[in-house]
Design a protein around this ligand. Structure first.
Ligand SMILES: [Zn+2]
Length: 302
């Protein structure tokens, strides 16, 4: 068994390594890349081979949890959901509270240890959310309550600030968990390229929502997404650039009249009436024409 200090050191080293390997939380990792982690010169697993919950034999508590990617029409083995309080839930393994995996989760909760949440964003591709903490257990629902960093010690609820607090938690959870997972799914589907101009630098790319975020994850979310570079994302949101339901790029007419430098000429005007350059290979992951139509009507009106 590792000492408590070594346990903490291992978790800290894992989080530090993830920060570097994910470009400060921007990118996802493949199953193979996850195997590259080493602690004190030795390879160390950060994710289970099969099951969702990972507890190394020499640690007293779980180190990581996993949510499998759900492709269209497939159900996840477990449904990990956002509760009304804005915090995510992670289901027990099976329904035996004393299963070793569930005991490992309970130990992580009782010891207040930070964990890694591997969110499947494609086949064998995971977006790590870290650190996360298990702050409560809901036995009747057979699940643990998950908080992201900074939310693990919440002020008492039941006061006048409860509603404000709930909205704050929801916003934090969406920013720290939902948004990164959405980004990774969209980047994976578009091969980390702007769908308008093919720019392929992760740090210059965003996962844009076609219509306002409906808080879904999975294929439904990918179909409401477009990988766009910073310029084309801003142009899309500002109504300067539109995409028709049949994936043709449109540039606003007053912009087409303008004469200016190379970015305006090549980066915007020349794209008018050309098809999107990058779309997901998987047909089911392509933008939903109905959602594109909603945005396109707004574009025409602008
Ligand atoms: Zn672009």
């Amino acid at each position: 068994m590792l000492s408590d200090e070594q346990d903490d050191a291992l978790r800290q080293a894992a989080m530090d390594w993830l920060r570097i390997r994910t470009n400060d939380g921007l990118d996802a990792l493949t199953s193979e890349e996850i195997l590259e982690f080493q602690f004190q010169g030795e390879p160390r697993r950060l994710a289970a081979t099969q099951q969702g919950i990972w507890k190394p034999h020499d640690l007293p508590a779980a180190l990581a949890i996993r949510t499998t990617y759900r492709a269209e029409g497939q159900e996840r083995p477990y449904d990990d959901n956002l509760g009304v309080d804005g915090l995510f839930r992670y289901k027990w393994r099976g329904d035996d509270p004393l299963h070793s995996d569930n005991r490992a989760l309970r130990a992580a909760k009782d010891l207040g240890k930070p964990l890694i949440w591997w969110w499947g964003v494609g086949k064998a591709v995971y977006k790590p959310i870290f650190p996360i903490y298990l702050i409560d257990e809901e036995i009747t629902q057979q699940q643990f309550v998950v908080a992201t960093d900074g939310l693990q010690e919440l002020p008492e609820t039941g006061s006048a600030v409860e509603e404000v607090l709930r909205r704050y938690i929801q916003r934090e959870t969406l920013q720290r968990l939902h948004q990164p997972v959405f980004r990774s799914m969209v980047m994976r589907a578009y091969g980390t390229r702007c769908s308008v101009c093919e720019l392929g630098h992760s740090v210059l790319l965003d996962a844009a929502h076609i219509v306002e975020d409906r808080h879904e994850l999975g294929v439904a979310a990918i179909r409401n997404g477009l990988a766009l570079c910073k310029i084309h994302h801003s142009a899309y949101d500002a109504g300067i650039l539109g995409v028709t339901p049949d994936l043709t790029i449109k540039i606003r007419s007053d912009i087409l009249q303008e004469v200016d430098g190379p970015l305006l000429e090549h980066g915007l005007k020349a794209l008018n009436n050309t098809p999107l350059r990058v779309v997901p290979k998987v047909r089911k992951e392509r933008p939903d024409p109905e959602l594109l139509e909603i945005h396109y009507q707004k574009f025409i009106a602008s």
